[in-house]
Design a protein around this ligand. Structure first.
Ligand SMILES: [Zn+2]
Length: 214
């Protein structure tokens, strides 16, 4: 099963991806993680990516695709995978399709987790991060035992600038413009499924699994 998981930051992609990886025994390919990994392992594509990052430029799509291809060629991907955080743009989606076709495969489902902006603000403004160890908490869903203090290391908790309402809405606006293009592109393939991700994690999980089992 080959999946693409779409959705804005705060839609719960990570949690749903975890459910899916467990149920179907397929790995989650998170672009940020594999980019860091490729650079660490000094793979061919990793070295090329690093030269762009060292000069402060964005890593070009062809190199990101190259790194994803390197990752998809590994043994644990033989039964499929979940792509998380890629593609972000129409150009990336087209490049990915070309690359998959070259390898004789295609994506089975594109799952788009939809949440309205007001709810994202409510979810994300509650996040708190430990300044010392990076552990995440949520004032409502996952509070620390002592207010303002990390359970793991006792460090001070703070709210990231990224999690302020104006920033969240701005980021959502940027995300949404690209997401519309991806929705139009994948709708044509008949593999696009949108899921209302405003409900509980369990409700969203059931909706996602229903699609994957169909
Ligand atoms: Zn901590």
């Amino acid at each position: 099963m080959k999946l693409i998981l779409l959705g804005p930051p705060g839609a719960g992609k990570g949690t749903q991806a975890k459910y899916i990886t467990e149920k179907y025994s397929i790995p989650q390919i998170s672009t940020g993680d594999i980019l860091r990994q490729a650079i660490k392992e000094q793979s061919e594509m990793g070295k090329r990516a690093k030269s762009y990052m060292d000069s402060g430029s964005l890593v070009p799509d062809e190199i990101v695709i190259g790194i994803i291809n390197e990752r998809m060629a590994q043994g644990d991907c033989k039964d499929g995978y979940i792509l998380d955080g890629f593609p972000r743009t129409l150009a990336q989606a087209e490049a990915l399709s070309d690359s998959l076709q070259a390898y004789g495969g295609d994506i089975d489902f594109v799952i788009d987790l939809k949440v309205d902006p007001d709810q994202l603000v409510a979810r994300l403004t509650g996040r708190r991060v430990c300044r010392d160890c990076g552990q995440m908490f949520h004032v409502e869903y996952n509070p620390s035992k002592m207010m303002g203090q990390c359970d793991k290391c006792g460090g001070p908790l703070y709210q990231r600038d990224d999690d302020m309402p104006e920033t969240i809405l701005k980021r959502f606006e940027v995300y949404n413009q690209q997401a519309k293009a991806l929705e139009a592109y994948y709708s044509k393939t008949g593999r696009y499924k949108s899921v209302d991700a405003s409900g509980s994690l369990e409700d969203v999980r059931s909706a996602v699994l229903e699609i994957l089992d169909s």
